[in-house]
Design a protein around this ligand. Structure first.
Ligand code: NAP
Ligand code: F7E
Length: 329
């Protein structure tokens, strides 16, 4: 019989890639979608029409329980979150509720749903490299001390330890993927990679004069979302649940991101196109992230396939197509 999987955050970047991966493996895929008249419902239905959608919210435990009953999942991937770090300072309480307490709501719902047969449901938590924040070790690995720098990071630490606690307290097959930044043409336009790829495409097409950014010196370990959802699935196929860092092991500054993105449209000197504004600076910055995913390589056999330059070129190319089509329409 086909396995069943439930994905929270189905309308997000990772939710869609994961849904496509699981459908290609023959899973019966269910997604939790929130809100009245969610504008992304049509996107999910057009890209992955075989996904069965259930209306619910991470803040509404009874809706999660109802969705578990309806989907009878073998695997639950908790990808739902308020995920934009900058927003989390302005909206610390709701971020803590959704990104932090939302994890507890899913874990408790699974515990109630599965009863004495807890082993029948495997759980994946979307933990984040933002938990390392003010990094205490370079590169960061599973054992590195966590030192989050934003309400988002603090909320992810809560969800991370709650996942470990349910594993240790109840023997639940609950794993956390500590994923470093991963991007794609489906990345939200509020994140820096997509903000840059869209602006560079629009500058090349003569639709925009420049781009305004914040801190250009911060460094991130950027990978491709399509590679990273493969790691999520691999974690839930292991006999024993555990936590894994998923990263490329390479770090690049925002300036290097600009180099790669402008180079993709044949512009070598971008200085005249880039402005800075304190509005995009953060109250506390995560200056440097670089991950060591050797445990994932050894145990899961996971390695990333798309490198930094390929990722940036893929995003710029997609935005050139999207922006030209929009402009012609
Ligand atoms: P994303 O594109 O921002 O997607 C977030 C998803 O969460 C959306 O589907 C959103 O639904 C949903 N959501 C928000 N509030 C909700 C609520 N109250 N109830 C139910 N669902 C809710 O994020 P992503 O990039 O795909 O990331 C997936 C997960 O991995 C997130 O937990 C994120 O924090 C984590 N993560 C991401 C990265 C990364 O670099 N991408 C790295 C590490 C960890 P709407 O569409 O309705 O808003
Ligand atoms: O910022 C700097 C900014 O918003 C990256 C989320 O998926 O990955 C993501 O969080 C860097 C930061 O991603 C702008 O200060 C400069 O240093 O693209 P971002 P993030 O904060 O790293 C982690 C792993 C997650 O878990 C999160 O959910 O870029 N930066 N200028 C800027 N950032 C933005 N957004 N906009 C700017 O104008």
């Amino acid at each position: 019989m086909a396995k069943s999987a439930l994905i929270t955050g189905i309308t997000g970047q990772d939710g869609l890639y994961l849904a496509e991966l699981l459908l290609s493996k023959g899973y019966d895929v269910h997604g939790l979608i929130r809100g009245q008249n969610n504008p992304k419902l049509e996107v999910v239905q057009s890209i992955a029409p075989d996904v069965k959608l259930h209306f619910g919210d991470l803040l509404d435990t009874s809706s999660i329980m109802r969705t578990l009953d309806a989907s009878a999942p073998d695997e639950v991937y908790n990808l739902g979150a308020i995920s934009f770090v900058a927003y989390s300072w302005e909206n610390a309480s709701v971020t803590s509720q959704v990104t932090g307490l939302g994890v507890l709501n899913v874990l408790e719902s699974i515990r109630n749903y599965a009863g004495s047969d807890l082993a029948k449901v495997r759980f994946y938590q979307a933990s984040s490299s933002e938990m390392f924040g003010k990094v205490q070790e370079v590169p960061q690995r599973e054992s590195t001390l966590l030192w989050p720098r934003s309400p988002y990071g603090v909320s992810k630490v809560y969800g991370h330890y709650m996942t470990i606690n349910y594993r240790e307290s109840y023997g639940m097959h609950a794993s956390s993927g500590i994923l470093f930044n991963h991007e794609s043409p489906r990345r939200g336009p509020e994140f820096v990679t997509r903000k840059v790829s869209m602006a560079v495409a629009r500058i090349k097409l003569g639709l925009q004069d420049d781009i305004t950014l914040g801190n250009l010196d911060a460094k991130r370990d950027w990978g491709y979302a399509g590679d990273y959802v493969r790691a999520m699935w691999l974690m839930l196929q292991q006999p024993v649940a555990d936590d894994y860092v998923i990263s490329t092991g390479e770090t690049h500054s925002i300036k290097e991101l600009l180099d790669a993105a402008f180079a993709a449209v044949g512009i070598d000197d971008w200085a005249g196109y880039v402005k800075q504004d304190p509005r995009f600076m953060r109250p506390a910055e995560v200056e440097l992230l670089i991950g060591d995913s050797s445990k994932a390589k050894e145990v899961l056999g996971w390695t990333p396939e798309v490198n930094f330059n390929e990722l940036v070129a893929m995003m710029v190319e997609n935005d050139l197509k999207e922006q030209s089509a929009l402009h012609k329409a």
